[in-house]
Design a protein. Structure first.
Lengths: 185, 185
DNA sequence: ATCAGCATGTAAGGCGTTACATGATTCA
DNA sequence: TGAATCATGTAACGCCTTACATGCTGAT
């Protein structure tokens, strides 16, 4: 059972650009990355510890601060590990959408309930979409920067799919609109 | 820490229509449901056991078969539980797309690598899309059936988003096409 | 006869979340 | 002075996957 913790790759990917503390890493993940990956302190700090033991990252003493701040620096071995992962074509892409689950089984309750699920989803997506559009605007002027181009690609993925979600929400609302049909378990 | 095992709801949702064995449940999940939720034997059988203890489902003796087949039947309590979940608006929708993760950090490797990730993703989606279109064709003639309508909604969600994915793939390939730009860590 | 598929389950272990515990600093 | 945020971590627990273990049945 080979170790397959993706959070390690997220961390290595972030450290490839700059030394960061665990706290910084969390903030980065909570930004644009959260669209397709998540991480909590409870997964980040232990990952940093075990990666240090493996020699993928190393601690850097923080001279300046008064407050405890442990910066991590990626080692050559860490970079090799990151590259190997990036170059491996296979990737697992998983969706866990409870909204869809509820809708799938929604035939057992009345349509108003299903409709509520769709509307809640629509609101959630609308909010996130506007944030993504902000990110996009910031990245667009500088696509010559190789990193920005790649960030742009993932943001663009988010926008394209969220717009599709909203389109689907419209269709779903229309199909569910005929409230004369009521079905109770 | 309230129990929050969604697989229980998937099982209840399936059993709301017919008595099924654990093996049947697995097959159902591997079908259209797998688009937005997954389940393995290692999660299904234990879930059935614990739900039986809670009184949400009950075993039904299998008179006919020679082969061991344990059918599960949902109880009134199980139906109440399913309804309560369906009527609860809040839902967690999570995406874990390793492809996007690789792309996000792709600025550190050459573009050919990023391009390969996109192409692999495109192939995966194209294949799944044609399957979904098949499902759709089967459901379309009978949308008056409340269940079919709901299945249709989730299949339609898949098709709409997969089409958006493919549209994005085109954009991504174009943006990554300028192979003169090579960047190595 | 043999292999794929039917059918049930358990065991080990990884991954991750939430809550907790602790304390410093900044700003109103 | 008190709240928010910075900052690091641990503990308990839940959930899930993979691999294993077992045996039957039907088709070629």
């Amino acid at each position: 059972m080979a170790k397959d913790r993706k959070i390690d790759m997220v961390i290595l990917g972030l450290l490839a650009h700059e030394d960061l503390t665990g706290y910084d890493i969390k903030k980065r993940i909570d930004g644009a990355i959260s669209l397709f990956w998540k991480g909590s302190f409870g997964s980040i700090y232990p990952a940093l510890s075990s990666m240090e033991k493996e020699g993928l990252v190393e601690k850097k003493a923080d001279a300046t601060g008064k407050r405890e701040r442990i910066f991590y620096h990626v080692t050559d071995k860490g970079i090799d590990c990151l590259k190997a992962w990036l170059e491996d074509e296979k990737a697992t892409n998983d969706l866990k959408y409870e909204t869809l689950l509820k809708l799938h089984f929604g035939g057992s309750v009345d349509r108003a309930t299903s409709l509520k699920s769709v509307v809640a989803f629509e609101e959630e997506i609308t909010e996130k979409l506007s944030l993504l559009q902000l990110y996009k605007k910031n990245l667009e002027p500088d696509l010559d920067n190789e990193d920005h181009l790649h960030y742009y690609l993932t943001v663009s993925f988010g926008i394209t799919t969220y717009e599709a979600y909203l389109k689907w929400c419209e269709e779903a609302k229309k199909l569910l609109a005929h409230m004369d049909k009521i079905s109770i378990i």
